[in-house]
Unconditional design. Sequence first.
Length: 368
Amino acid sequence: MRGLQPTLIRQFFERALPDSINFGLGEPDLPTPQFLRDEAARISRDEQNGYTSHPGIPALRDLIAEQYPHLNLPRTGVVVTCGSQEAMTDAFMCVIDEGDEVLLPDPSFPAYDACTRIAQGVPVYYRMPADREFEFDIELFKSQITDKTRAAVVISPSNPTGKILTEQNLRDIAAALDGTGIWLISDEIYSDLYFGERPHSASEYYDKTIIVSGLSKSLSMTGWRLGWAACSDPQIIEAIQVLHGFTTVCTSTITQKASLLGWSPEAEAAKQNARDVYKKRGEFLVDRFATEMGLHATSPEGAFYTMLDVRSLGDDIEIAEKCLQNRVVTVPGVAFGQEAKGFLRISFCNTEEKMAEGVRRMKEALSR
C-alpha cells in the first residue's frame, strides 16, 4: 500500500453522531441545477449510452478546450476523466518516476501526498505560513526546489484555506520553474467559486502546466464524476489518455452528454448563484466565530472553506474530538499539513441557520 492510510478527514466523518452538523464536508449542499437533472434523465431514457472514446465525447472536449483560450488547445489536448481526482492521479502517474520529488503546498488536500506515493515519488512541502493567513511565499517555494524535483502542485482557490494565488504569485512561480523542466500540476477544481476577481490559471504563465479541473464543485455534480486534464504537451496528454483508457475506459456517457450544458447560460447563472451564496455564508460564519466565540477565522477568497484559529484553546485534534462528541463535525488542521496545526478547517456548505447552530454547539463543547 506504499504507506497509504485513511485520511484523518475520513476518520472523523465515519465517527459522526446522528443529527450532527457537518462543518467538515467539502461538498456543495446546493442542489444540482434542475436543467442538468432533466437532461440526464432524458439521455438515460431516450438514448443509447454505450462507451465513448477513451478521452471523451469530442464536443465536450471542444467545450473544455475553449475555457483556456490562451493555450489555443485542440480537442486532443483534453482528456475527460471520472472527476478531477482521477485526472490528478493520472497526471502524477504520467510525470513522476520512482524517487522523484514533488513540491506540495502545506497545508493542502491530502490526496496530493497519496498520489505522490502511489507514483513512487517523494513529497516535499513548501510552507504557506499560518501567521500570514496561509499566503503564498515565493522564497519558501524556491527553497524546496532541488535537482530531484520533477513536479510541483498549486491549487487556487485552495482547499483547505480558501486563498487564491495572485497573478504575481503565478508569475513568480513560472519564473522560478523556467528552464528547470519541472511540471506544474494546477488543481483548478474550485476556479469557478471565487468572491472577487476570477482566479488566473497557472497555464497562462508557464508552458509545462497540467490543468486538473471539473464541474463537481461549481455545479454540485460531485457524484456525477466529471473532470478533465488539459495540457498543451501532446506527449503528456497522450500518456494520460492511455492510462485513463486502461484504468477507467471512459467517463459515464450520460454524465458526459449532460455536461455539454455545463457552460450554457443556465449553467453560468447557476455558478454565479453559487458564488453569491457561498460568499455570503463565508462572511456570516467568520463573523459568527468572532462574535460568539472570540475566535479568528481566515477570510475566504474562494471555494467554501475557512481556517478557524484554535491555537489558544489547545490541540486541534482534541478540539475537533470535543466538537464531534457534541454533534459537530470539523476537520483538524493537521489533516492538511503541519502548517495548519492548531486550526480547524470549517466548510460553509450549510444554511445560515445550521451554521449558527453549529457554532452554538462548538461553543458549548469547548466551554465544558
